[in-house]
Design a protein around this ligand. Structure first.
Ligand code: GLU
Length: 314
């Protein structure tokens, strides 16, 4: 296939019907109390193609907690603002450990392996915070999301942010540990305030797929769209999404789906087909390593039927 829109519509519609039949939908994240309340019997998918069309199915317009998918956008902003200096504070290697692991930090002098594990994302958030107030930093992140998704309605779900703040003891430990090593330079509670808020942003699959366009088109919002970031930054973020975007399930995602992707414990996944499409899927039930079970399955079906892969010729 390639960009044949009627076929894509059929494929997406079939995937949506197939997903409705799946009985084992994984388990919703329950370590953030507010996420445990989400109905697991939901599935959405949205695909934005090079000609600007949006092909969608299921609950593609239902907002959900983007959680760690937000780390893609904070990394983008931090790289745009700090450039190469960001890599003094965080690495670019896969961790092979769970998303909230603390064990590597001790062995590696407080410098997180990559920007997508929690420790790395908190370090990136602190770098982005710089000398701003947490409110200014959250406002800047929201403005960026609204710009790239071209949707002014995107906002933080304050109830989810509060729920995570009240239960995020592990993240508090990671931030304090990194503060001790000088990786975090603001007060840990300030960096965490921004982190909990950006994880609690609510977006639908359609909004997320639109927001991801700059990664599919070399930093532009579509083949002819405005340049949001330099192409090299988009390339690097895609590389990190492929190698680190699904924590210790990143190898399985590369193997089965073959695209740069970033998951969140809210059940969302953003996946990028360079030059061809930006895709968002959502289903709240997670597999054993914390990635959306149906979301991963749907992407596997989509890529096997379209031939989309960064490892194949188009
Ligand atoms: N806000 C979540 C946490 O810090 C993000 C985890 C995720 O989505 O993978 O635990």
């Amino acid at each position: 296939m390639a960009n044949d829109t009627p076929d894509l519509r059929q494929i997406v519609s079939q995937i949506n019907s197939d997903m409705a039949q799946v009985e084992d939908r994984g388990s919703v994240a329950n370590y953030i109390p507010q996420l445990a309340c989400v109905d697991p019997f939901q599935f959405g998918i949205a695909v934005v193609t090079a000609d600007g069309r949006i092909v969608k199915g299921g609950h593609a317009d239902t907002p959900f907690s983007i959680q760690s998918v937000s780390k893609v956008f904070t990394l983008t902003l931090a790289l745009r603002q700090l450039g190469e200096a960001l890599w003094d504070r965080v690495g670019w290697e896969p961790s092979g450990d769970p998303f909230n692991s603390i064990v590597q930090l001790e062995a590696e002098n407080g410098r997180p392996r990559n920007p997508f594990i929690n420790a790395g994302a908190i370090a990136v958030t602190d770098a982005l915070l710089g000398r701003r107030t947490p409110v200014e930093a959250v406002t800047e992140i929201l403005q960026f999301l609204r710009e790239v998704a071209q949707d002014e309605s995107i906002s933080v779900d304050a109830v989810v942010a509060k729920s995570e703040k009240a239960s995020g003891f592990r993240n508090v430990a990671l931030a304090n540990f990194m503060r001790d090593w000088g990786i975090i330079r603001n007060a840990p509670e300030k960096a965490l305030d921004v982190y909990f808020n950006h994880c609690a942003v609510s977006m639908s699959c359609q909004q997320l797929a639109l927001a991801g366009r700059y990664l599919a088109w070399g930093g532009r919002l579509g083949p002819e769209g405005p340049q949001i970031i330099p192409a090299i930054i988009a390339r690097r973020i895609n590389a990190l999404m492929l190698t680190c975007g699904h924590y210790d399930g990143s190898g399985a995602f590369a193997f089965r789906v073959g695209l740069p992707g970033k998951s969140g414990v809210g059940g969302g996944i953003l996946a990028i087909v360079p030059g061809q499409a930006s895709i968002a899927v959502w289903s709240p039930g997670l597999n054993e390593v914390g990635n959306s079970k149906l979301g991963s399955l749907a992407l596997e079906k989509l890529t096997s039927q379209t031939g989309w892969s960064v490892f194949a010729m188009h």
